[in-house]
Design a protein around this ligand. Structure first.
Ligand code: AMP
Ligand code: MG
Length: 425
């Protein structure tokens, strides 16, 4: 039996960083930059106002207060998107909107709330003069040219993950495309004579193939592109054909056929195309898994396609995907952090670990009294997908322990980080 860590290390040693592609920035979310990005412009491009108010010379407001207004002549107005027509000379002010360029001569902005604008509109009906009742310092409510980004600055680096803020940043630099590490194409093959597509009526003895769909959804969630190969019957000819179709992909994931009973066919087919290792991993669910490397020749170059053989039981397949396929996909995409986020929680059930493997128990984590608490979501059989559906985390019960008791602290890998579920009750 090998440990989860040994299995992961072996798998990752066969997984390489993919090449890059140039794409519209909107399609780059979650991808890793393959270029350094320098700014050719200052952001903001000009000194501008952070508030709606009056652009003034700070010294003109010296001593201003609620009881002692300083009156200035209003010589113009400037809105965001236009340039000021006038200069602010001593004793004058320009009405200014948020984002509008600061006029020459002005060095501060007094917000509307610190002026008598509302009164004046009511009583005098015009704003040719304005009363200021706040003594402001130079620079107040001014955003300076280049304060966010200076021209020539390195803004994003090769290896940075593109999250929504980075996509916005690229747009603010005037970039419509970016060079990113491409997403892996992951072929998905379900194996088993009992399987039938969810679009088909269910004859006696058959079950719907759910793994293809759950696995494809997991691939999408972690940034890959699934290539569905369909259902491979337990026959050499069909499996060979399907596996050949999967050789264009960057990785092949099969489900089923790795337990003692029916693996022979899959194993024979895979062996013909490359290397294969059958593993008994010290985990539950997911003990029988397989890992192989298939070979293909592309443009005269021999390439290897890693193959993950996940167990057939729907929960085992999903849990082993999280442990092994997820980090493999992330590594191919150039992500630095391959570790699944986890928290410490108080377990609220007794969980027995009878066969001393690392157990991944399906739990719902909520936050109460400032602490995370984890509750089993139901029966833990590896075929029971409903209890996986109710879970937002996998509580890790360490190998070589008999289990955990209510009140113990456990590490929980978070499958989802749904703020509604985690809210304090
Ligand atoms: P196997 O690993 O092929 O022995 O399958 C273990 C269990 O998982 C069996 O009960 C299978 O019927 C079930 N199973 C295998 N593949 C799938 C699939 N694609 N969708 C749903 N259940 C499956
Ligand atoms: Mg099978």
């Amino acid at each position: 039996m090998i440990s989860v860590e040994e299995a992961l290390e072996k798998i990752l040693s066969y997984v390489d960083l993919l090449g890059h592609e140039k794409k519209p920035i909107l399609n780059c979310l979650g991808q890793v930059l393959a270029e350094d990005v320098y700014s050719t412009i200052d952001i903001p491009p000009l000194d501008n106002s952070a508030m709606d108010g009056y652009a003034v010379r700070a010294e003109d407001t010296c001593g201003a207060s609620e009881s002692s207004l300083k009156e200035l002549a209003v010589v113009g107005e400037v809105a965001a998107g236009s340039m000021p027509g006038e200069e602010v000379k001593p004793g004058t002010a320009i009405r200014i909107m948020t984002g509008a360029p600061l006029p020459e001569g002005a060095d501060a902005v007094v917000r509307f709330e610190d002026t008598d604008e509302v009164d004046r509109k009511l009583t005098q009906g015009n704003l040719s003069r304005i009363g200021i009742f706040s003594w402001v310092e130079k620079g107040l409510n001014v955003r300076y040219k280049g304060e966010d980004v200076a021209a020539g600055e390195l803004v994003l680096k090769k290896g940075d993950l593109l999250r929504p803020s980075q996509i916005g940043l690229l747009a603010s630099l005037g970039r419509c495309t970016a060079l990113v590490i491409r997403r892996p194409i992951v072929a998905v093959l379900a194996t088993g004579d009992e399987l039938i597509g969810p679009d088909q009526p269910l004859p006696l003895g058959k079950i719907h193939d759910s793994n293809t769909y759950a696995i494809a959804a997991q691939i999408v969630r972690y940034g890959g592109i699934p290539k569905i190969l369909g259902i491979g019957r337990d026959s050499i000819r069909v499996l060979t054909e399907k596996i050949n179709e999967g050789l264009d992909a960057d990785m092949l994931i099969t489900s089923g056929g790795v337990s003692q009973g029916d693996y022979d066919v899959v194993k024979d087919v895979l062996r013909k195309h490359g290397e294969i290792a059958l593993w008994t991993i010290c985990m539950k669910p997911g003990k029988p898994s397989a890992f192989g490397v298939l070979s293909k020749t592309e443009g005269g170059i021999k390439k290897r396609v890693p193959h993950l053989g996940l167990p057939g039981n729907p929960v085992s397949s999903m849990v082993t995907f999280e442990q092994f396929a997820r980090p493999a996909i992330l590594k191919m995409m150039g992500k630095k952090n391959l570790v699944k986020p986890s928290i410490q929680a108080i377990i609220e059930d007794n969980v027995e670990n009878s066969d001393r493997r690392r157990m991944f128990a399906r739990v719902m984590v909520t936050k109460r009294g400032g602490q995370y608490r984890a509750r089993l979501t139901g029966p833990q059989g590896s075929g029971i997908l409903t209890s996986m559906g109710k879970a937002n985390g996998l509580a890790i019960i360490p190998e070589n322990t008999k289990g955990v008791m209510t009140g113990d602290i456990v590490k929980v890998q978070m499958l989802d980080w749904n703020e509604d579920e985690l809210l304090e009750e």
